[in-house]
Design a protein around this ligand. Structure first.
Ligand code: GDP
Ligand code: IMO
Ligand code: MG
Length: 426
């Protein structure tokens, strides 16, 4: 049975957690394929909110094996705290599998992340300061330390000493900071963390393929989003991994032919947290309305998210780079109170109309969105469960987006709760 990918199509926080949980019902395995605890995926069940950072959103179902894939960077302290939080809420976490090939985040990664941001000053990226970039940088430099290295204390210490020989020079000479003590880190990771996570370390690629071979459904859950992708996003204002659907192949260990559905998650408007271009950003009372009504504050960092109108140019690009099959349109209910809605259908630059995302990023920084206006519905959508109950103006909005983007909307979110959605099309 081929796998399904869930991918963010904008700048993150589209509602991937909620919709992964929704489609996870029919799955046997849910695999997180990249990112780390920079992610915050919210699932609201019977009024109780779960904010997941590392554990896949399928964890809430007893029948699912949640998997942290090789493409993820893992801070074991955060993982343990998350498992404890879930256990305290009565969730069985014993089934979690953790890839031995996933790379570890260390305190010095977080320190370097914060120092680098400070060093950039005005040009800072607005990272989550979770050490994501420095951990992936060590992976690319081939000095990273993997989860499996914890299983051999001698190798672990050798690798830690090796990387700290370089990192401590950077800390001292570039940032004027004290060196990091390898022994203190080794004690914590080997004596405190390892006993807590050892039972979860597994051959996750093997587990994914055994499930696929047995005809089971596998869901590959992305974190972040297409325009935060290291290759396809608004570089350098991106994260350090590949959230796009292709990242699901490398980050979970499957080939493209193992995937037959790529579900893109798109907010009915757009939000972004951190720096970088954002053509449809609103700096007016409608922007404030979207932040307030949409509760657009970071799940974990608490940062206010920048908000703007739906951008069909971006979505058309996301359709291409992810080969999206369908779209789950989230937070439609947030637009309930607006008289008029705008959708960006193209950009204008130097008197020219652009229907595609410009490849030269300086252009993207200077485009003016071309909007089409649609009437709002001024109706509370939060209790709606069937497409025919949606007001005509809401259906028109959805169908306008479908026509603009060229991919059907399969699910529509009308509230944060697990049951607040509409099956729009097959
Ligand atoms: P993720 O990172 O993509 O998983 O998204 P986040 O969890 O960071 O942010 C999405 C927020 O919107 C969360 O607070 C969700 O509970 C909430 N949410 C998800 N879908 C809907 C929806 O359809 N309507 C409303 N009002 N809230 C939603
Ligand atoms: P989820 O999975 C929104 C943003 C940061 C910053 C940039 C780089 O919840 O959608 P990083 O710490 O990754 O080096 O920061 O990426 N960012 C996110 N924005 N949602 C996320 O995750 C994000 N993860 C990282 O704000 O602009
Ligand atoms: Mg989030």
């Amino acid at each position: 049975m081929p796998a399904t990918v869930v991918v963010g199509t904008q700048w993150g926080d589209e509602g991937k957690g909620k919709f992964t949980d929704l489609v996870a019902k029919e799955m046997s395995l849910v695999v997180r394929y990249q990112g780390g605890h920079n992610a915050g995926h919210t699932i609201v069940v019977d009024g109780e909110s779960f904010a997941l950072q590392l554990v896949p959103s399928g964890i809430l179902y007893d029948h699912i094996t949640p998997v942290i894939g090789n493409g993820v960077v893992v801070d074991p302290g955060v993982l343990i705290a998350e498992l404890d939080m879930l256990s305290a809420k009565g969730i069985d976490t014993s089934r979690l599998l953790l890839s031995g090939n996933a790379h570890l985040i260390f305190p010095y990664h977080q320190q370097l992340d914060a120092l680098h941001e400070r060093h950039l000053g005005q040009n800072k990226l607005g990272t989550t300061k979770r050490g994501i970039g420095p951990a992936y940088a060590d992976r690319s430099m081939r000095v990273g330390i993997r989860v499996q290295d914890l299983l051999d204390a001698k190798i672990f210490r050798e690798k830690l000493d090796g990387v700290l020989r370089q990192t401590n020079v950077v800390l001292a000479k570039v940032y004027n900071r004290l060196p990091v003590d390898a022994d203190a880190i080794a004690d914590k990771y080997l004596d405190e963390y390892l006993p807590r996570i050892e039972g979860h370390i597994a051959d996750t690629v093997g587990a994914v393929h055994d499930a696929l071979d047995a005809g089971q459904h596998v869901l590959l859950e992305g974190a972040q989003a297409t325009f935060l992708d290291l290759d396809h996003g608004t570089y350098p204002f991106v994260t350090s991994s590949n959230p796009v659907a292709g990242g699901a192949c490398t980050g979970a260990g499957v080939g493209p032919r193992d995937i037959n559905r790529v579900m893109g998650i798109a907010k009915a408007y757009v939000s972004r947290v951190g720096s970088g271009p954002f053509p449809t950003e609103l700096h007016d009372e409608i922007g404030d309305y979207l932040v307030d009504v949409g509760h657009e504050y970071g799940t974990n960092t608490g940062r206010r998210r920048r908000c703007g109108w739906f951008d069909a140019v971006m979505l058309r690009h996301a359709v291409r780079v992810n080969s999206l099959s369908d779209i789950a349109l989230t937070k439609l209910d947030v637009l309930d109170g607006l008289d008029t809605l705008k959708v960006c259908v193209g950009y204008e630059h130097d008197g020219q109309r652009l229907d595609r995302l410009p490849y030269h990023q300086s252009v993207l920084h200077n485009v003016t969105p071309i909007y089409e206006e649609l009437p709002g519905w001024k109706t509370d959508l939060s209790e709606i469960t069937e497409p025919q109950q949606l007001p005509g103006a809401a259906r028109d909005y959805i169908e306008f987006l479908e026509a603009q983007v060229g991919v059907p909307v399969s699910l529509v979110g009308v509230g944060p709760g697990r049951r607040q959605f509409v099956h729009y099309a097959a």
